[in-house]
Design a protein around this ligand. Structure first.
Ligand SMILES: O=C(O)CCC(=O)C(=O)O
Ligand SMILES: [Fe+2]
Length: 517
């Protein structure tokens, strides 16, 4: 279904919810009237009926009351029956079910994925569920809240994945929120006892018996008969009496993940951009030299890294209007991104493959567009040639991508691996992905940086700007220092365009910066 993968898909959910609310509202209004009438009728029926109950024989032997009883049974109950039959129950059911069958209606897999995304955001940005309960994300307060059941379910998911540290934080947040909800019945079969029960299971799985006992005491406070709590305490006490070796406390701390994850986290939190950006010799200038066009309309260039890899940003190179046109052209065609793994094939189109592994490494929707779709792309191609001084005669189509909640692209290189690919026709014709242009079609409120972990560089998306870098070393080999990632989007709607410029068109351009190795 993949509706949650891009913000564009999520927007349609809002419309669907609006329909559902309208349907329910109409149902309630219609039935309020009916219920009111039926209530009055019940009152009337009961009054008469109670008279009959006092002395049944007397009641039915009086012509007035017996006639009235008969009339009630024949006509009045039928009226009520009609009233009930005419209700809109079936219509309401149909309308709700139709909405639920809509293309953009999420399913439980979407929820699982969004939950996974939430946990990814939590680990990357070190979010605290205790803050999220208050609507705070990374220090910024928003007017949105999750129910205790939502928080509990995120905890359950983390628990099922063995992320016990995170699960505990979510269970705690759920308990806190449950208190704030003041025991309102928002979901059936859900209460504080259930949260505490799972919090205990989770702590035991983590071997944190002390905290498990703490939760069990809370459970007993709530329900002195709780067999869950009593059994747990019994078992833990028995175990602790026999086994006195303390469990090392690192077991209960936040896990770090792989080295790549650690470095990605540092970069994505903006903790290494400073190192490069503060260097005094890296500045901005107006590019005038590549092309006569630039003498008339110089472009603002910001140098990010001069050598190995050469990375610059062109500022204000797409206008608001152009961005709107491109987004609108893209929306209907957006489909879930896959990724080529192990460089199976030089040119396997990036959206072809979608194994589960690739899906969790890349979460976005994309579409390929070019001159044939709209004239704006020929303008953009010309402008890109002017900006870079490169030939775009061998370049791929424009790849427009939109990221949803937690949308990201894990560390990867844009160039194709060698030598398996040299026989590939597209590779032979166009050559490798010599340079990348990454246009930002949006700002991103929080998260969503583009980072180059090996070069220790982070770039914050800026609407209308374009990052440019060479993927190749001067000797023509791929430069592993260009490995980069799109950080998970924390808050916002990230749109980018990739334009990959291939090597074979550069015969007559002078593309290489000074000969670093
Ligand atoms: O979204 C980003 O910041 C990076 C995207 C990217 O690297 C890609 O699509 O190849
Ligand atoms: Fe990339």
């Amino acid at each position: 279904n993949d509706v949650a993968v891009s913000v564009s898909g999520m927007e349609k959910m809002v419309t669907i919810e609006q329909n559902l609310i309208k349907t329910l509202q109409a149902y309630v209004e219609d039935n309020e009237m009916r219920v009111l009438v039926i209530k009055m009728k019940i009152k009337e029926f009961k009054e008469e009926h109670n008279k009959g109950l006092k002395n049944v024989e007397k009641y039915v032997s009086n012509p007035i009351s017996s006639f009235s009883l008969m009339r009630r049974l024949v006509f009045e109950y039928n009226d009520v029956l009609q009233l009930i039959k005419n209700s809109t129950v079936q219509d309401t059911i149909n309308q709700i079910e139709d909405n639920m069958k809509m293309e953009n209606y999420p399913n439980s897999e979407d929820v699982s994925e969004a939950t996974e995304g939430f946990i990814k955001l939590q680990s990357t940005y070190k979010l605290k569920p205790s803050e999220i309960v208050k609507g705070v994300i990374n220090g910024v307060k928003y007017p949105y809240r999750l129910h205790s059941k939502d928080l509990f379910d995120i905890g359950l998911y983390a628990f099922s994945q063995g992320h016990h540290f995170y699960a505990d934080e979510w269970f705690k947040a759920s308990l806190e929120q449950h208190m704030m909800e003041g025991g309102q019945l928002l979901f059936y079969n859900f209460d504080k006892e259930i949260i505490l029960g799972k919090a205990i299971d989770n702590k035991i799985a983590q071997l944190d018996f002390i905290q498990a006992k703490e939760y069990a005491f809370q459970l007993i406070e709530l329900n002195k008969q709780s067999s869950k709590a009593l059994e747990t305490l019994d078992k833990i006490n028995g175990f602790l009496a026999l086994n006195t070796t303390p469990v090392p406390s690192f077991m209960f701390q936040e896990p770090h993940g792989s080295l790549d994850d650690v470095i990605t986290g540092i970069g994505c939190r903006g903790e290494f951009s400073k190192m490069k950006r503060l260097s005094p010799d890296l500045t901005c200038f107006y590019e005038k030299k590549n092309h006569p066009f630039l003498k008339l309309a110089p472009i603002k260039v910001e140098i990010i890294n001069l050598e190995n890899p050469y990375i610059i940003i062109f500022h204000e190179v797409i206008s608001e209007k152009e961005i709107e046109v491109i987004k609108n052209l893209s929306k209907p065609g957006l489909t879930r991104a896959g990724v080529c793994y192990n460089d199976e094939k030089a040119t396997c189109s990036l959206d072809e493959k979608s194994s589960h592994e690739s899906r969790s490494n890349r979460k976005s929707k994309l579409v390929w567009l070019d001159e044939k779709d709209h004239e704006i792309f020929s303008i953009l191609t010309q402008r890109s040639e002017d900006m870079t001084g490169l030939s775009l005669s061998t370049s791929e189509e424009f790849q427009v991508a939109n990221y949803g909640l937690g949308g990201h692209f894990a560390q990867h290189k844009d160039y194709f691996g060698l030598p398996e690919n040299v026989e590939d026709l597209d590779y032979k014709t166009n050559g490798n992905r010599f340079a990348t242009m990454l246009f930002y079609l949006s700002d991103v409120e929080q998260g969503g940086l583009t980072i180059f972990p090996q070069a220790v560089i982070a770039v914050k998306p800026k609407k209308g700007s374009c990052v440019f870098w060479y993927n190749m070393l001067p000797n023509g080999e791929g430069n592993p220092k260009t490995i980069h990632a799109g950080c998970p989007v924390l808050v916002g709607n990230k749109w980018v365009i990739n334009k990959w410029i291939r090597a074979n068109g550069q015969m007559f351009t002078k593309p290489c910066p000074a000969g670093y190795q």
